[in-house]
Design a protein around this ligand. Structure first.
Ligand code: UD1
Ligand code: UDP
Length: 383
């Protein structure tokens, strides 16, 4: 009997980080994979599915405009419960710390279905930041059976919470598998943005700063400060191009367009599909982001990354990276950008390719552990 694995994801980052795993699982003769998208992100997910050539078995289509967390959770719980009842998976795979991840885990727990948690064990220690993600991942950690942390530090976090060692495998982050796969595709084909793409306006002879942001804890004042800093920097450096793919959350989109929509050298563009976004990262001089995934990807491409957050659950292990944790403080963002632009020696300290978050083989380690589990027919020690 094949192992019936059900993969659940709903947001853009979950889909990108699960995509290489889905591709690998689909090729295992002893595994039947069922991919369930909750559709928490409708538009931003569709482009990931096509970029990785995935086939969804199910789309729960839960997204509504400006959804509340409780409204979203209620619909997710109901629809996932029906799906589990119908599909009877042997194990459910969830990723990271979104509302989809936690509710998919809770719904499986209620039905006594084992859960494997990918990108487990990331912690800031502060339930309010990132909010609600720190709660989602801790709660998922309590209920999951198998834990796949990306780093040794994340494993230590799990051990300190009482998770048994033999239920944990350190894998590296699957986002590096996804990134290397996509970069390879782009390099092999000499890929360039298609005619008609707003990215064709970028002049390769000029420096480009790439920006993303979406964190709920920065909505309001935090985003206004980021926008004020970008506005000042764009004014100070008219030759630098600031490219900002704006997240679809209306509470992000509206403030960014209102405050930055009128600068000649700030390009506000829609969320980019993964090919275009990897191309953007690869051509950036500097990246500013509050995204977890981008923070992991940038060093693998040798790109300096400024983190627009006060805390991070993704320590790089290097002292100098503390300078890059600038939060949403306007003055700090401006001062650190000026330093990176005007001091080439300092810049070069951050511009060497290295991969503290994964080696590109995370998915193989996950599949191997799932197959071991199938052979032993028991998760008792990880119940
Ligand atoms: C969600 C996750 C967050 C993750 C982020 C990645 C939760 C609570 N938050 O935050 O952990 O880091 O995704 O991007 O799970 N929207 C669209 N189309 C889309 C996607 C979003 O219109 O394709 C709009 C909708 O109005 C939606 C709103 O954005 O209501 C917010 O989306 P939601 O998934 O609730 O939260 P995010 O802030 O995107
Ligand atoms: N990304 C993308 N297009 C964009 C912006 C980001 O494909 O316009 C990718 C990025 O490379 C990373 C992931 O989306 O892999 C990050 O998603 P997001 O910032 O929404 O969430 P987080 O990483 O903070 O959970």
């Amino acid at each position: 009997m094949n192992l019936k694995v059900m993969m659940v994801f709903g947001t853009r980052p979950e889909a990108i980080k699960m995509a290489p795993l889905a591709r690998l699982l689909q090729n295992q003769p002893d595994i039947d994979l069922h991919i369930c998208s909750t559709g928490q992100h409708r538009e931003m997910l569709a482009s990931v599915i096509s970029a990785f050539d995935l086939h969804l078995d199910e789309d729960l289509d839960v997204m509504t405009r400006d959804q509340t967390l409780n409204g979203l959770s209620k619909v997710l719980l109901e629809k996932l419960d029906q799906s589990y009842q119908q599909n009877q998976p042997d194990i459910v795979l969830v990723h990271g710390d979104t509302t989809t991840s936690f509710i998919a885990c809770l719904a499986a727990f209620h039905r006594h279905i084992p859960v494997a948690h990918i990108e487990a064990g990331l912690r800031t220690g502060d339930l309010q930041s990132p909010w609600p993600e720190e709660a989602n991942r801790r709660l998922t950690g309590v209920l999951a059976n198998l834990h796949f942390p990306p780093t040794e530090q994340a494993k230590l976090n799990l051990l300190s919470e009482g998770i048994f060692d033999n239920c944990i495998v350190v894998t590296g982050n699957t986002v590096i598998d996804a990134l290397l796969w996509m970069k390879n595709q782009l390099d092999e084909t000499g890929w360039q943005p298609a005619p008609g793409s707003p990215l064709t306006r970028i002049n390769p002879a000029r420096k480009m700063v790439l920006i993303t942001g979406h964190r709920r804890e920065s909505l309001g004042h935090g985003f206004e400060q980021i926008c004020l800093a970008l506005s000042e920097l764009a004014h100070r450096y008219p030759d630098i191009q600031f490219v900002y793919p704006v997240h679809m959350n209306p509470r992000v989109h509206d403030v960014v367009h209102r405050m930055l929509g009128h600068h000649d050298n700030i390009f506000l563009v829609p969320p980019q599909d993964y090919q275009h976004f990897v191309w953007l990262m690869n051509n950036a001089y500097l990246i500013m982001t509050d995204s977890g995934g981008v923070q992991e990807e940038a060093p693998a491409l040798g790109k300096p990354v400024m983190v627009l957050r006060n805390v991070t659950e993704r320590p790089s292990g290097r002292d100098q990276d503390r300078d890059m944790l600038v939060g949403t403080d306007r003055e700090k963002i401006i001062a650190q950008t000026i330093r990176l632009i005007e001091d080439p020696v300092y810049y070069s300290e951050f511009a060497t390719a290295r991969s503290p978050f994964g080696d590109g083989h995370a998915c193989e380690r996950i599949v191997k552990r799932l197959q071991e589990w199938k052979r032993s027919q028991s998760l008792d020690e990880c119940a």
